[in-house]
Structure formats: C-alpha cells, structure tokens
Design a binder for this molecule. Sequence first.
Ligand code: AMP
Length: 205
Amino acid sequence: MPDRFKTVLLFGPPGVGKGTQGKLLGQIPGIKHLATGDMFRGLDKNSDLGKRIHAIMSTGALVPDDLTVELWQAHMKGLIDSGKFSPKTDLLVLDGIPRSAKQATALDPHVSVLKVLHLTCPKLDEMVGRMKKRALKENRPDDADEKVIRRRFDVYDQETRPVLAHYEKKLVADIDAMGTPIEVLSRVLNDLTPTYVKHFGNPLG
Ligand code: AMP
C-alpha cells in the first residue's frame, strides 16, 4: 500500500447520521466515502465469511478486530486498483472504523487523520427512531430489534467512544447532529472545508 491515506473520520453513535453525511460528502469531487457497515453488508451472504459476519452483525456486536482490519485493507486495495480511490488526490472519509482501540492502533500506519468529525445527539429516542426507519428502508434487520439496538449503544459506550481519546484533541470537532441532513451537512462542511482546502487545494484544477 502507498503512503498513509489522508483521512477524515466520521465518528458517533449508531443512528446519529454518519452514513447520511458520509454519502453526501462522497458526492463531492475528490472525496471517497467508505462505510465498513456497507462493506460488510456487501459480502456474499452465501459465502462462509459472509455468513459468519452477518451472524455477528445481527447481534449488534462488533466483527473481530483482526478480521475487520484485514477486510478493510483488502477493500482499500480493491478501491485503489480499480481507480475508485486515488490516495494522492482524494480525501478518504471513513465511516464506522475504527470502532475499538485495537482498530485505531492498527489503522495508524495506514491513515493520516486530518480531522475527526464527532457527530453528537443528546436525544437517544431520535437516534433509535432513525435506526428503526432505516432498518426497513435499507434492509438492515439488525436495526429493527430493540434488544439489538440497545446492544449497539452499549458496544458504542464501552468500546467505541473511548477511541476518541486516541486522537489529538485539536483534531476532534464536535458537531450537533440534530436537525435535517442539510443543516447537519452545513455544520460538517464548516469544519471540513478549511481542512480539505489546506491539504488538497482545488481538485478540479
Ligand atoms: P453500521 O452500518 O456502521 O451501523 O454497522 C453495522 C454493523 O457492522 C455493526 O453493528 C458491526 O456489527 C459491524 N461493523 C461495522 N463496522 C465495524 C467495525 N469497524 N468493527 C467491527 N464491526 C463493525
């Protein structure tokens, strides 16, 4: 793999809107969005690996760290080889990884983290509501079940939230994720744009 990827992390609890913001950012020339949840959901459900991972996801637990990092690296290689991500010219927006201290350490040699966009929402019921809605729309059966949802929040509190401390304080931007996608996007861009321009200039020349 080439030098470290210039990367922005989308960070926050389940249902806070990382995926929505990530997809919007991914529309911008020069930005590649990668969500590990989507990567896992894209695995062939009939393969042994796909079966194993879908079984873990359906409980709300995390896929084991080594396997996650290995698949992430292979996925990155695929994106580069197929020309979908150019490490020299593109910003990588990672959504849903790292989710544990071990993943954060394993990613360190591969990513240069320019910013951590920490989406926050004080209203648990709003996030749960979003998860239930998308469970139907996006075929995410794991998000329809109250017990699994609760487990996902517990996993976030115990394993993922502490990962924030892995990154320098000055890199972390707390962003209010309440409101409509366009309102949240405008807050995200407020924090992201100066960082992007500083490192990449104008991707269209
Ligand atoms: P998401 O689409 O981000 O909500 O992720 C859905 C599920 O995929 C999670 O509940 C985990 O089971 C699994 N997953 C996604 N990203 C990771 C990761 N970085 N490490 C471990 N498991 C993950």
